[in-house]
Design a protein around this ligand. Structure first.
Ligand SMILES: [Zn+2]
Length: 95
């Protein structure tokens, strides 16, 4: 008989971890070094960043204001990496 339990640590290669990735660090088992780690979150320009930028242009913010989303982490995708081996574990896309 198999007992299924819910644990905080999941393998990073599973689809479950990609579903729980957001813009905050998560605890996973690194698929590369197999250590239980908290991911390091970095931010990268994503689709939402461009969409907000274009939207700002359309409403008249075209004197540099449309570049503001590129400076705001809340407008960017979150990239989760392992603090030990620096492997990219997953990417959380806002769009
Ligand atoms: Zn690692």
């Amino acid at each position: 008989m198999t007992v299924t339990t819910v644990v905080d640590v999941v393998y990073a290669s599973s689809t479950a971890v990609h579903q729980q990735l957001q813009n905050t660090p998560v605890q996973v088992l690194c698929p590369n070094c197999h250590a239980a780690i908290w991911t390091v979150v970095n931010y990268d320009i994503g689709m939402l960043t461009y969409v907000i930028s274009v939207a700002l242009c359309f409403i008249g913010c075209n004197l540099g204001c449309c570049l503001i989303p590129f400076c705001i982490d809340d407008c960017k995708d979150a990239i989760h990496t392992c603090p030990i081996c620096n492997v990219e574990i997953g990417r959380w896309k806002r769009m």
